[in-house]
Write a protein that binds this ligand. Structure first.
Ligand code: PLP
Length: 403
């Protein structure tokens, strides 16, 4: 199944074929990693000899950015790529992909458990966090008899699955400042409720809920049914320590915290996510999400990323600078905007259906998300890109929104 944000809603400019677009994006990332000289053949070959050559090669001079394809600002991927150490680990271990990665998976669980202060049996892995949201949604849909309480304009993974199984989804409105309204959600919880879902920072609005209120909400809500907190973007926010909710799992509340390596760790295409929950729930959900096993390259890349302790502190200011630039662009055009974005994107009113806006932006060589969120048809979400992508976006926004 395709990621909802990568479904092309609009045609790229005639100058770039789909293959060229992928090539541009791949070249940009390799350039960022200082691995441009390794090339596609070396990455594809993936043998340890190549790995040795890649890591021994002198750092190439950074060539000018390749701007021939569209700016890709629609799917909240990282324009900065993964840790170099993750790439080196994947190349060095590529030949091991002949084997299932159960042993390495257990090692990764131990590594995450140590960081999170839980036991390894409280961690479960998945090929990206999307399958975790889907497995949870299927579980709480309870064969069509369940009920999910969540917010309007939030990430669709869980609500879409619950609705797909014919169960009830209650979506409470956002507050006046476009934040998830925890009081409104609490008021909807009843004996029928089989789960609550909160995304923090929220996708697509980008803002966060007050951590004291979230803790109180989750403790209360989890007395009725599991409370799922999606922290896909938490590493990008200004105050990770003040907002992380894993203490709720450690304290024994019926809470699931979900993470992904797709965002700050720059591994969206590699697919690795994990959940933190009680050992019982982690065991149950892990049975579903690991299916035939979790991908070997993703596991070794995740392990190397976590061991590269400089990586997150290096990436966080890059995303912050990008989202502040996007915020300033929307503000300068007097657009209503969700305040205080803390993820990798901003959410603002473009005064026309988002699909139309996306088509106009694509005509200017900028891909933005072409779908909209219930109740926010005229709002778009634009994510951080490389400098040249943001330059092009700024010019396109001026043209499209002031014409
Ligand atoms: C809030 C949130 N959770 C989960 C996901 C799923 O991401 P992945 O399957 O790449 O881990 C996304 C993807 O954009 C997201 O925005």
């Amino acid at each position: 199944m395709r990621h909802p944000d990568t479904i092309p809603e609009t045609n790229p400019p005639a100058t770039a074929t789909p293959i060229e677009k992928i090539e541009t994006s791949r070249r940009s990332l390799l350039r960022g990693l200082g691995l441009a000289s390794v090339g596609a053949a070396a990455l594809a070959a993936g043998c340890s000899k190549v790995g040795t050559e890649a890591s021994a090669a002198p750092a190439p001079a950074t060539p000018a950015p390749d701007t021939s394809g569209p700016a890709i600002l629609g799917a909240n991927e990282s324009p900065f790529g993964p840790s170099k150490k993750a790439v080196e680990a994947m190349i060095a271990k590529a030949a091991l992909t002949a084997r299932y990665a159960d042993g390495e998976g257990e090692e990764l669980k131990k590594q995450i458990a140590t960081i999170e202060g839980v036991s390894p049996d409280q961690i479960f892995l998945s090929n990206g966090s999307g399958p975790i949201l889907a497995a949870f949604g299927e579980m709480v849909a309870a064969k069509g008899k369940g009920q999910l309480v969540t917010s309007i304009a939030t990430y669709e993974g869980v609500p879409r699955t619950v609705a797909g199984y014919g169960a009830e989804v209650i979506m409470t409105p956002l507050t006046a400042d476009l934040s998830v309204d925890l009081d409104a959600m609490a008021a909807k919880i009843s004996k029928k409720t089989t789960a609550t879902y909160i995304c923090n920072p929220n996708n697509p609005t980008g803002n966060m809920v007050d951590p004291v209120k979230l803790k109180a909400f989750a403790i209360e809500a989890s007395k009725t049914a599991p409370c799922f907190i999606d922290e896909a973007y938490l590493h990008l926010c200004d105050d990770y320590d003040g907002n992380v909710m894993t203490s709720l799992v450690r304290e024994g509340h019926n809470v699931i915290v979900c993470r992904t390596f797709s965002k700050i760790y720059g591994m969206a295409g590699q697919r690795l996510g994990y959940g933190i929950a009680s050992a019982e729930l982690a065991g149950k959900l892990g049975q579903v999400t690991r299916g035939g096993g979790v991908n070997h390259a993703g596991i070794v890349a995740a392990m190397a990323s976590l061991a590269d302790t400089d990586f997150v502190p290096t990436m966080r200011p890059k995303f912050k600078a990008g989202r502040e630039r996007l915020f300033a662009m929307a503000k300068a055009l007097n657009r209503p905007i969700a305040a205080n974005p803390q993820a990798s994107f901003v959410f603002f009113d473009v005064g026309m259906p988002n699909k139309v806006f996306a088509e106009k932006m694509m005509a200017e060589g900028v891909r933005v998300v072409g779908r909209s969120w219930k109740g926010y048809d005229n709002w778009t979400r634009i994510c951080v890109g490389e400098d040249w992508e943001l330059d092009r976006c700024e010019a396109a926004l001026k043209k499209v929104l002031t014409a």
